[in-house]
Design a protein around this ligand. Sequence first.
Ligand SMILES: Nc1ncnc2c1[nH]c(=O)n2[C@H]1C[C@H](O)[C@@H](COP(=O)(O)OP(=O)(O)OP(=O)(O)O)O1
Length: 227
Amino acid sequence: MASYTATRKLYTLIVPVDSQRVLLGYKKRGFGEGKYNGFGGKVEPGETIAEGAIRELEEEACIKAKNLPYHGILFLESTADSKAPILEIHVFTATEWAGEPMETEEMRPVWFAPPSTTHDSSDSPAIPFQNMWEESREWLPLVLAFYFPTPRRGKIQFAHHVTFKGGLNPETGLEDIWHGIDRKFVKWLESGRKDDEGFPGDLEDWTEEVREQWIEKRMMAFEKNKM
Ligand SMILES: Nc1ncnc2c1[nH]c(=O)n2[C@H]1C[C@H](O)[C@@H](COP(=O)(O)OP(=O)(O)OP(=O)(O)O)O1
């Protein structure tokens, strides 16, 4: 019997925020070149997710996170290529760090005004969502609403499952398997809200639990498609 297997690529992503602005990086080379995004990359063998996140931020923007509020997981898959890996991206913000953001070989850090800011009240440009990964247009405004215009108390965490159907990407004019959001499942936990299900104390347990639920769903879909 065929069995469900999926290659998994583990990534991190940090979005630094100060009291009025959001720091994004312009990717100068490699995968995602020409897009703006938070700072992050692959988790190296032997590293925890948080260690990987801190290392990537320092490598790409020359700042060392002093805190790392955790916001959740993006599970990205593409049905356009059965061999495409599943990307599992762990998302954090940072509100305190050592050093000043500086351009590196890979990224150029740029400060942006959060979506809640009116054009006239900020010296920084608006976040260029049209020049970012498609899925970030969905989760990033919601995470930023937690900080701006006034920081909320408590926590926000999510699991965002996005399936891309692939096809011609009108933004680049190229065929792209990571384009065209097809299905999505979003689990939001926000303290203080009606749908607050409570927060786990332990990051690893929570991600493992969400991952298991998600993989179970994929296995069921796989079995159904075989019949
Ligand atoms: N849709 C999508 N595809 C791929 N990567 C991402 C997204 N959305 C995202 O937010 N991301 C994030 C995940 C990572 O933070 C980066 C990609 O990391 P990458 O630069 O490929 O990894 P590094 O380890 O830095 O790679 P190299 O040093 O080998 O270039 O985008």
